[in-house]
Design a protein around this ligand. Structure first.
Ligand code: SF4
Ligand code: SF4
Length: 587
């Protein structure tokens, strides 16, 4: 059995620019006359024999393009992979098992093979058991899963007894593939006359007759959810259903997915918003491994215990530690937080933007303070941020800004050919330890901004914004496109930066756990989306959360083990108790 795997990034491997297979020249195994690293006959890129490699670590360090990774596999992983794409490429070790009558969640970082798992579950391709040159027959695949729920599932899949409906992660592709109105798109799929009911449940009616190309990200996500639910299926796969949705829509989406699941239907959800994942699912699988190299799916656990195990980084049943630290949600008592110096104030601001009107009461921001901003989409959050950033001027009211403002917008786009290292030059010079290293940005230095994925561009934009010479920082949806672990990491970085540099940071976000953890105070927007918005606060956390949760009609409690916030099941004992005490939020 192999002890380690070697991953070669073929795009980064340039054998004739590194000194003609530098890695092979330096490899101690090759130097004894044994072919550990050789040129691949077809691609001409370097190829590493994982059985011969001793894991000395020389080639990953010396490859000038960072094309090699050598990774030890966990000792407990005593089996062949379920699927591998090719020599020195990503491998997946197990699958989540769809369970009928249940909503099963998958929690874990990106790049661990959830798309591969979904493709196998939806019969897109059959797993090759690590033998891509000579793929196994179906009997061998079944033997791999002998005695498990997955074996039964694959048998049904093979007999065409499973119909799969899949909502992909990337919904931006929909307007490129379809022209016409949302109604026309959904009517084509609606074989059982369910569109009116589903449009009502997902609140699509207002934009159902709009052209797909003109609708917003949040609307497109709900169209994709409707399209998935309208298909006749007994396995529903939802990949990141909360992206682009505000908190109200996320709660509504959760109820919608739960209602879809019947005794003869199985549902699997991948989600990085942990409050929402916890609320939607009955059970979870944890995905762990190494990004882009290998992925392992844990056994199924009940949602509460599974999410707590994920935060702890330790799987008791499997006896596997997959992270060297425990993620905790305790808020530290920072003594400097009591020394409040005002930074800026506003009073009775008013701004008309087309048909939308924004107004505020009176408010003050202080130094060394992180203020979370909560509210529905289209209710004026971004407009308020633009007022503070000086991008638009108020029609009436007083706005006293004597400070420099740095702003990270919600929508990130870059057609620039600038390299990440050029764009982040100032950040590299001044904040290498605080931003570059923790955000793992070195790996991106040689890429152009236009080549970055959504999550990579988000990390680069946050680092760029936080390295500006300013006193007030406005971060609009910093958790978007980030996986669960990156969200938790970013929240720690933002807190540390605010503390070390005595900064004021305002954060608009729809991930309630992220905002709960990061914020010292809250601003709450109320009103009617696209018509009017009223800014209230800043409030102390409990007061702001109580106001917001009451509007949402949900109560939050704290998990006794991890202290993470959890949404109470409607009409549960806790829910009724908290409503009776008017305590919508437990701090
Ligand atoms: Fe050269 Fe790196 Fe490719 Fe090896 S992996 S051939 S050192 S570019
Ligand atoms: Fe050779 Fe493995 Fe060492 Fe790389 S890590 S130089 S492949 S022995």
């Amino acid at each position: 059995m192999r002890k380690r795997i070697a991953i070669i990034n073929r795009d980064k491997c340039h054998p004739h620019e590194c000194g003609n297979y530098l890695c092979a020249k330096l490899c101690p195994v090759n130097r004894t006359g044994v072919d550990c690293i050789t040129p691949d006959k077809i691609t001409t890129k370097a190829k590493i024999d994982e059985f011969l490699c001793t894991g000395c670590g020389i080639c990953p360090k010396r490859c000038p393009f960072g094309a090699i990774e050598i990774l030890n596999l966990p000792d407990t992983l005593n089996k062949f992979p379920l699927h591998r794409y090719g020599d020195n490429m990503f491998e997946l070790y197990s699958l989540p098992a769809p369970l009928f009558g249940q909503v099963t969640g998958i929690v874990g970082r990106n790049g661990l093979g959830k798309s591969t798992a979904f493709k196998i579950l939806s019969n897109h391709f059959k797993p090759n058991l690590g033998n891509w040159q000579n793929p196994p027959d179906f009997k061998e695949i079944l033997a791999y899963f002998k005695g498990t729920e997955t074996q039964k599932f694959l048998q049904k899949l093979n007999l065409n007894q499973i119909q799969v409906s899949y909502k992909p992660q990337q919904i931006d592709a929909i307007p490129k593939q379809f022209s016409g109105t949302a109604r026309e798109l959904l009517t084509k799929i609606d074989k059982q006359n369910q569109l009116t009911k589903i449009a009502d449940q997902l609140q699509l009616t207002n934009f159902l007759d709009n052209e797909i190309k003109t609708i917003s990200g949040g609307e497109l996500q709900r169209i994709a959810l409707a399209a998935t639910a309208l298909k006749e299926a007994n396995l529903f796969l939802f990949d990141e259903p909360s992206s682009y949705l505000d908190i109200k829509q996320r709660v509504n989406m959760s109820k919608f997915i739960r209602n879809l699941t019947q005794p003869e239907i199985a549902t699997i959800v991948v989600e990085h918003d942990l409050i929402i994942l916890d609320y939607i699912t009955d059970l979870v699988n944890i995905m762990y491994g190494h990004e882009g190299a290998f992925g392992i799916v844990s056994g199924v656990k009940n949602s509460r215990e599974g999410i707590n195990a994920y935060l702890e980084g330790y799987l008791k049943e499997e006896n596997v530690r997959f992270r060297d630290h425990h993620i905790k949600f305790d808020k530290s008592n920072d003594p400097k937080k009591t020394m409040k110096f005002p930074l800026l104030t506003w009073k009775n601001l008013s701004k008309q933007l087309g048909n939308f009107h924004l107004s505020t009461s009176e408010g003050t921001l202080h130094k060394n303070e992180i203020v979370g901003i909560l509210g529905e989409n289209g209710i004026g959050k971004t407009s308020f941020i633009k007022l503070l950033a000086g991008l638009i001027k108020p029609d009436f009211g007083e706005l006293d800004i004597q400070v420099k403002v740095a702003y990270k917008p919600q929508y990130l786009e870059s057609n620039s050919d600038l390299l990440v290292s050029e764009f982040l030059q100032r950040t590299i010079e001044r904040y290498e330890a605080q931003l570059i290293k923790p955000l793992d940005l070195e790996k991106l230095f040689t890429q152009k901004l236009s080549e970055l994925s959504g999550g990579q561009l988000q990390r680069v934009s946050i680092a760029y914004c936080l390295s500006q010479d300013a006193q007030l920082f406005l971060l609009d949806e910093p958790s978007a496109y980030l996986d669960v672990e990156q969200r938790l990491l970013i929240s720690k970085i933002i807190k540390n930066i605010a503390f070390e540099r005595d900064l004021t940071i305002m954060v608009v976000d729809h991930d309630l756990m992220f905002l709960d953890y990061i914020s010292d105070k809250l601003i709450v927007f109320t009103g009617a989306p696209a018509q009017n918005g009223l800014l209230r606060g800043p409030f102390k956390m409990e007061e702001g959360m109580n106001l917001f949760l009451q509007e949402l009609d949900i109560t939050l409690r704290r998990d006794i083990t991890s202290h993470r916030p959890r949404i109470n099941k409607p009409a549960s004992v806790k829910d009724r108790e908290q409503r009776a005490e008017n305590k919508w939020y437990y701090s």
